[in-house]
Design a protein around this ligand. Structure first.
Ligand SMILES: Cc1cc2nc3c(=O)[nH]c(=O)nc-3n(C[C@H](O)[C@H](O)[C@H](O)COP(=O)(O)OP(=O)(O)OC[C@H]3O[C@@H](n4cnc5c(N)ncnc54)[C@H](O)[C@@H]3O)c2cc1C
Length: 430
């Protein structure tokens, strides 16, 4: 039986939470010790602010140490759609921030804080589900090039095997600047950087209420309460029902991953000759890579959108893995795990406030670059620094009248996506 915990946690030293008792007051409480919360804490504490990060579980319990470790920019919402929703100026800024600024920021934070997280610019291959999609994507890439400088090329099907060892896709796109890292080491580095800057990180302390009081807030936790001048919610896919306004706007969507036991070098060379990060465009949304030491294959995807049992998720992912790479049919699985992503109705992240309480969340499936970037931007905005300006304050955190925070519709959405993939599969003129 595979271990039901993230492969990354094998090398995730338990961060000693400090202090045991809550201080009575501070300048800023950050709720959630993931990439968003830690990055915000670094920026805030470096200005001399008294910062306390409160985490319900052990620091790094959420998506930040469970994810695929792929680092890149860009959102799946096409430019025209963003321009229609937010106006061309904002759409352009969203494009620049998501493709370029967030990735540059994550690179700089890793470099400046000397975070040892096996980070490398591997390049990402995005496999196209059918020929029609390849052609449309090639056209969109030309449009994107007119708007912003991007280091991306199309890879026709005949050259696909130079990138990944499969004929499964109808060609793809190679995003040269995208990288990969060890997510638990990344978050651990962020936690230590926040501590070095002077922030206090307190684990096993769920926040149950944030109430206005005078010019600030009373933050109630399982260990008592703390007064703070301002509060940042950095809870993304793990937002609880105590925070109804956010819970009704950020949908927790499960994603699942498996890691194989060590594979032979020959097999690794065959399936991942160029050592790329890999993703695909169908709704199943498989993403795959090698472990940083290039000894194991790791694949994630939508085994379901809501929570299903680990054995079921493992079986689905194993079958997807051998569908894409038949060479891995008999590979043994060592780890199988899951985590919660936070989706918004617009599929775009957001920085904003409800009743004076700040939030930065809604990364909608990615976040290794965007979460630290928006954590930093939120911190600057809380400090009143104009450098905190970002188009992600304009994305609007919408809800729907039929959504009260229980994602009852995810199993139906999953079936709809499966059906769409099936129908698209019939059109696969590879
Ligand atoms: C399986 C999976 C694979 C992914 N793969 C990738 C990838 O390859 N590349 C990529 O860029 N992104 C990926 N993502 C997305 C990325 O991991 C997230 O967008 C990012 O980690 C979000 O960081 P965060 O700090 O906002 O949230 P999280 O890391 O989820 O942290 C939120 C924290 O808030 C805490 N919390 C919640 N409520 C409370 C409360 N009331 N009191 C105190 N604490 C609370 C939670 O316990 C949690 O630790 C993946 C996500 C998952 C789940």
């Amino acid at each position: 039986m595979p271990k039901t915990r993230p492969y990354w946690w094998e090398e995730f030293k338990t961060y000693k939470t400090q202090p045991k008792h809550l201080p009575e007051e501070c300048d800023v409480v950050v709720v959630g010790a993931g990439l968003t919360g830690c990055s915000a804490a670094i920026t805030l504490a470096k200005t001399g602010a008294k910062v306390v990060v409160l985490e319900a579980q052990r620091p790094g319990f959420g998506a930040s140490t469970r994810n695929g470790g792929m680092v890149g920019g860009g959102y799946r919402v096409p430019f025209e759609e963003m321009a229609e929703r937010y106006g061309p100026g904002t759409a352009y800024r969203l494009l620049t921030e998501s493709h370029i600024d967030s990735l540059n920021f994550a690179n700089a934070r890793i470099r400046e804080e000397k975070i040892k997280c096996d980070y490398k610019t591997y390049g990402r291959f995005r496999g196209m589900w059918n020929k029609a999609e390849y052609d449309t994507t090639a056209k969109s890439l030309e449009q994107l090039r007119q708007l912003i400088p991007v280091n991306i090329d199309m890879v026709p099907r005949e050259q696909q095997r130079d990138q990944i060892g499969t004929d499964f896709y109808s060609g793809g796109m190679l995003l040269h600047d995208h990288g990969g890292l060890h997510p638990a080491k990344y978050l651990n580095g962020m936690l230590h950087a926040a501590k070095r800057a002077g922030a206090k990180i307190v684990g096993y302390t769920p926040v149950t209420e944030v109430k206005p009081s005078g010019s600030g807030f009373i933050v109630t936790t399982s260990k008592g309460s703390i007064k703070a001048s301002s509060v940042l919610m950095a809870t993304n896919g793990y937002t609880t029902r105590d925070f109804a306004a956010l819970r009704q706007r950020v949908i927790p969507v499960s994603s699942f991953l498996i890691a194989t036991k060590k594979l032979s070098k020959n097999l690794i060379d065959e399936i991942m000759p160029a050592r790329r990060m890999g993703v695909e465009t169908r709704h199943r949304h498989c993403y795959f890579r090698l472990s940083p030491d290039s000894s194991r294959f790791i694949i994630g995807g939508r085994a379901a959108l809501s929570n299903v049992s680990e054995p079921k998720a493992t079986a689905v992912l194993q079958s997807l893995m051998s569908e894409i790479f038949p060479q891995l049919k008999s590979a043994k699985i060592s780890h199988s795990w899951t985590g919660q992503t936070g989706f918004t109705f617009s599929f775009m992240p957001h920085i904003g406030q409800f009743d004076g309480v700040w939030h930065a969340l809604g990364y909608s499936g990615s976040g290794n670059a965007m979460a630290p970037y928006l954590g930093h931007k939120a911190a600057l905005q809380m400090l009143g620094d104009p450098a905190g300006e970002t188009a992600f304050t304009e994305t609007k955190l919408e809800t729907r009248s039929w959504y009260r925070g229980t994602p009852w519709f995810l199993p139906f959405a999953h079936r709809l996506y499966r059906w769409t993939d099936f129908r698209e599969n019939l059109r696969r003129g590879r």
